[in-house]
Design a protein around this ligand. Structure first.
Ligand SMILES: [Zn+2]
Ligand SMILES: [Zn+2]
Length: 248
């Protein structure tokens, strides 16, 4: 267990380093990564530990066992090759993420998510600024989908690491387009719109891996140079940090 945690951590750090270099090479906008560096580093340490703890708790605990007993699909679905089941689970889980993220933008759940939207300088690891409640809520749809398709715990752990890299990808300050695949997959410019304070961008571009949900359900806004450089986030009052970190 300890070795796999160290290996996962090293892989995530290496991936972050690659994004850092890519951002230097093809930045989407001029940002000052040092502007909130101390705050971001402190937050990243706390949230990384929270996210790792929540992930381990979800994967190893009674939550997963209960889900395996109650949501697993019929035999024909769970006897398909592993790569097919993982692909289907990611699609189903990503749809669940889209719904959960939209719900977090309603008054009922906004407190769980507001901390993430306080980010002002968006770059590869700034997306780790998230509350404990936010981390829990957005992981549940993927976990439920993994249990529906009987994905083994070892594969779920690897997928959790990959989802961490997706977080780096969507928040990276990277000028990149996938061409026609922009209508299928989230790109850094697409998610940057989600963080914009511009009126046209409010409550738009909710997806995590797949952008097709936003296009299907009418919540997609195309990235533009104006939106890339528009105002994002806000200063968090010092007496609000603890509450926003928990997400209550
Ligand atoms: Zn959001
Ligand atoms: Zn974000």
């Amino acid at each position: 267990m300890a070795i796999s945690v160290i290996a996962s951590g090293s892989l995530i750090l290496a991936t972050g380093g690659i994004f850092h270099l890519l951002e230097n090479h093809r930045p989407l906008e001029d940002i000052d990564r040092k502007r909130h560096l101390k705050f971001d580093l402190a937050v990243v340490v706390v949230t990384s530990l929270m996210v790792a703890g929540i992930t381990i708790m979800l994967i190893d605990g009674i939550v997963t066992q209960w889900l395996r007993d109650n949501v697993q699909l019929f035999d024909e679905a769970v006897t398909q090759p592993l790569w097919i089941r993982i692909s289907l689970a990611l699609v189903v889980g990503d749809l669940g993420y889209y719904v959960a993220h939209r719900m977090m933008h309603t008054p009922l759940l906004w407190r769980t998510h507001v901390f993430h939207h306080s980010i002002q300088e968006i770059y590869w690891f700034s997306g780790l600024r998230t509350s404990a409640m936010n981390s829990l809520i957005i992981r549940l749809p993927y976990l439920v989908a993994m249990c529906m398709f009987a994905i083994p715990a070892s594969a779920i752990a690897s997928i959790a690491v990959c989802l961490g890299m997706v977080n780096f990808w969507v928040h990276s300050n990277l000028d990149v387009s996938l061409g026609p695949l922009d209508y299928l997959f989230i790109t850094p410019p697409f998610h940057r719109v989600h963080h914009s304070m511009a009126e046209v961008a409010l409550d738009r571009n909710f997806g995590n891996i797949l952008s097709c949900w936003d296009h299907l359900f009418g919540s997609a806004v195309k990235p533009s140079p104006a939106l890339n450089s528009s105002e994002k986030g806000f200063e968090v009052e010092s007496d609000q940090v603890a509450r926003q970190l928990i997400g209550v």
